[in-house]
Design a protein around this ligand. Structure first.
Ligand code: PHE
Length: 337
């Protein structure tokens, strides 16, 4: 009986001191395993006088039950604390300012983020679309059939006869209008591709498409939106000018000029002495395009615009050659950190 009490005492103490779930298992084997101390006690019953055996046996069984419970309980407490500690240790303070050890946003991304966030603040929804596009969405749905001369304006990379690298984010106009009835107020930033390369043209560049379709939308809404963007990007003095132009998917179409941010409109080398810089194409969505997409052109009107992000970044940061954006020269990119 003393031995029972002694084992119990020792085991409970060892349990209390055990701080790890993994060590607990060893302890359990030592006391309750096949050749463990409690099991040996049970085996020693046969050495006792007959009359002592039942009560001794009962006591040992009691001890075994008690220890089994104690182990289970300790196991639970330990694993709970281990989880708690782990969570504590791996806790991330999401309110800390992120420290970026290296790298910086690309200048075109900086401009894209800036324009997107201004437009989002005006209630535009941002969508994305495929860079590999069908001839249908890139051209036909936009009122540019197969043999239309306007196709020459955009030197296209064809993958097959009907699949191409999109030449304009305008492709998303048709994709969106097919799915959604007005009111529509979306922008689509993304890469576009044209077979073209010199200091102001790159085979890949970036556009942000804007599209608004609703009742009573006019050219004034377009001008107001662009004026707001231009003033926020280039300063309060910036003026916006519309010149008549032609795109098959807008009618009327305009080229949009901003007063030159370099000389403030007096004329300099950047604006080639004109005081104005052409930045985007825009216009009122051609009713034929609305109808192609299943939108009632008697009831709804809309405007659309397409900005070249690269060009804006070149003007904003005084970059003379568009190809600098795509050469990944660290010395160039580091200036934007
Ligand atoms: N997609 C035209 C281009 O890339 C720009 C544009 C967009 C014009 C929307 C009108 C309306 O040149």
């Amino acid at each position: 009986m003393d031995k029972i009490a002694e084992i119990r005492q020792r085991c409970m103490q060892a349990l209390a001191e055990c701080e790890k779930v993994s060590l607990l298992q060893e302890l359990k084997v030592r006391f309750l395993g096949k050749v463990g101390e409690v099991t040996s006690l049970l085996k020693s019953i046969k050495d006792l006088p007959q009359e002592e055996r039942p009560s001794f046996g009962a006591k040992v069984n009691q001890l075994r039950n008690l220890l089994e419970d104690a182990f289970a309980q300790r196991q639970q407490t330990l694993s709970e604390t281990e989880i708690k500690n782990k969570l504590q240790k791996e806790k991330v303070d999401v309110s800390l300012t992120a420290v970026s050890p290296w790298g910086a946003l690309h200048p075109v991304t900086l401009i894209e983020n800036k324009i997107s966030s201004l437009l989002v603040s005006m209630g535009f929804e941002v969508i994305a679309g495929p860079e590999i596009e069908t001839d249908y969405y890139n051209f036909q749905a936009l009122n540019i059939p197969q043999d239309h001369p306007a196709r020459d304006m955009q030197d296209t990379f064809y993958i097959t006869d009907s699949i191409l690298l999109r030449t304009q984010t305008s492709a998303m106009q048709a994709r969106l209008m097919e799915k959604k009835q007005p009111p529509i107020k979306m922008i689509c930033p993304g890469k576009v591709f044209r077979s073209d390369s010199d200091s102001s043209h790159s085979p890949v560049f970036h556009q942000i498409e804007g599209l608004v379709v609703d009742e009573n939308i006019t050219l004034c809404d377009l001008k107001g939106t662009l004026e707001y963007l231009a003033k926020n990007l280039f300063g309060k003095e910036t003026k916006v000018r519309f010149r008549p132009s032609y795109f098959p998917f807008t009618e009327p179409s305009v080229e949009v000029d901003l007063t030159c941010s370099n000389c403030g409109g007096k004329g300099c080398s950047l604006c080639k002495g004109t005081g104005w810089i052409e930045v985007l194409g825009a216009g009122m969505v051609n009713p034929a395009v609305l109808e192609n997409c299943g939108i009632d052109s008697e009831k709804y009107t809309g405007y659309a615009f397409g900005w070249g992000m690269d060009r804006i970044a070149m003007i904003k940061y005084g970059i003379p050659d568009i190809r600098l954006f795509y050469e990944n020269d660290q010395r160039f990119l580091k200036q934007f950190e």
